[in-house]
Structure formats: structure tokens, C-alpha cells
Write a protein that binds this ligand. Structure first.
Ligand code: AMP
Ligand code: ZN
Length: 201
């Protein structure tokens, strides 16, 4: 039921939030508003704004968004390479500043729920009460999560990002597999207990 669907979760949209969804005030445009929210904004420069993810799925979870309004990955071309490299550089710097102990990944959801291209900077502890569902888990630990490096490489090689949208939804239904030791876990509570054993501090 549309009115009941869980908000802000990846994989709930059949489209990348362009067209009819992109009307003023639609929840998928919430990142635009958060870019101006002093509670969430961490930094900004001439190319990007960095915000805290409002529903962090790990101890450190940020989003880096360009000022330039780019609706989705499909809209990216070679012209965007300097921007994408800058976004990644800012992400790496932020991760280094945030924690020396934790590992981080930098990347994009294949089919984002929120409009306006944004790169996730996320620590790999996944120690957060906001991480509640299989969709959350699989969106950050399967091929649904496209590493920034691979996105940049794809654009360098072919001029665009190829997203297999038909397979993306399936990835979110994958079994729950630990991202560190690759063992399968029965359910989210079990997984959450298990992944704590991998956190060094
Ligand atoms: P995705 O569009 O799948 O790449 O993920 C969108 C991310 O934005 C999720 O990690 C959400 O927790 C986060 N999010 C949703 N709404 C907001 C908001 N208004 N401000 C900041 N982050 C948000
Ligand atoms: Zn494990």
C-alpha cells in the first residue's frame, strides 16, 4: 500500500524519483532540505555539501551531495568526473577524521530512494539502531552498493554508469550474510549480535 510504505528505504521506488515523484515537498527530495539544515550539515565547499545521514546505519554515516542538481546515476557523464573525484576525496578525508580504527566504504546505491545524487560515507561497524531491515543490510553489503571507485572507473571507460535495475531489487532480498566473515545469519537480531564481534573498538 503506497501510503504505508516505509519511507527513506532503498528499493521501494520503481523509478529514480524523477518525473511525477519529483514534485515539491515529496519525501524523496528531503536531502535538498537537509543540505540547508544546520543540525545535519557537517561541511560545504564550492562543489559539495556534506551532511549527516538522518537515519545513520553505522556509527559514522554521512552523505556528500553536489550543489549541482543531478537527479541520479544515469545522468552522470564524463563531464562529472572532476566532481565525482572531488566527492570521493572529501569522503576519504572525512572518514580519516572520523575514526582511525573503523573501516569505511564510499559509494552509491544502485537504485537510491532519495533524489539528488549522493555518495554514502559509511563506517563498516553497522552498529546503529537505525539498521533494522534486510533491505538496509543488503543495500550496503551487496552489489547494490556501488563503490565510488567503480562508478568513476565505469564512467572513465564507457562514459556512463550501467545500473542493472532489474537485478537490484533481487539483491535486497539476498540472505543475510556477514560482510566480514561471510557466514549466513538467521535474522537481523542474530546478525547484529554477530557483527559486533568484528568491531575492534
Ligand atoms: P539512498 O537514496 O538509498 O542512497 O539512501 C538515502 C539515505 O538518506 C538513507 O541512508 C537515509 O537514511 C537518508 N535520509 C533519508 N531522509 C533524509 C533526510 N531528510 N536527511 C538526511 N538523510 C536522509
Ligand atoms: Zn562475521
Amino acid at each position: 500500500m503506497a501510503a504505508k510504505r516505509k519511507l527513506h528505504e532503498p528499493g521501494n521506488s520503481s523509478k529514480n524519483n524523477v518525473g511525477p515523484l519529483a514534485k515539491k515537498g515529496h519525501w524523496s527530495l528531503g536531502l535538498k532540505a537537509s543540505m540547508d539544515d544546520p543540525e545535519l550539515r557537517v561541511d560545504r565547499d564550492e562543489m559539495v555539501v556534506i551532511i549527516k545521514d538522518k537515519y545513520p546505519k553505522a556509527r559514522f554515516h554521512f552523505l556528500i551531495l553536489p550543489h549541482e542538481s543531478i537527479p541520479n546515476l544515469k545522468a552522470l557523464s564524463r563531464d562529472h568526473l572532476p566532481l565525482l573525484k572531488h566527492i570521493e576525496k572529501r569522503g576519504v578525508e572525512l572518514a580519516e577524521k572520523s575514526s582511525k580504527a573503523l573501516k569505511f566504504r564510499f559509494g552509491y546505491h544502485a537504485v537510491p530512494s532519495m533524489s539528488h545524487v549522493h555518495m554514502h560515507v559509511i563506517s563498516q561497524d553497522f552498529d546503529s539502531p537505525c539498521l533494522k531491515t534486510k533491505k538496509h543490510w543488503n543495500s550496503f553489503t551487496t552489489d547494490y552498493f556501488l563503490d565510488s571507485k567503480d562508478v568513476i572507473e565505469q564512467i572513465e571507460q564507457s562514459g556512463k554508469v550501467a545500473v542493472d535495475q532489474s537485478n537490484a531489487g533481487q539483491l535486497l532480498k539476498n540472505p543475510l550474510v556477514c560482510h566480514v566473515c561471510k557466514t549466513e545469519q538467521k535474522n537481523i537480531p542474530t546478525l547484529k549480535m554477530h557483527i559486533r564481534t568484528h568491531i575492534k573498538s
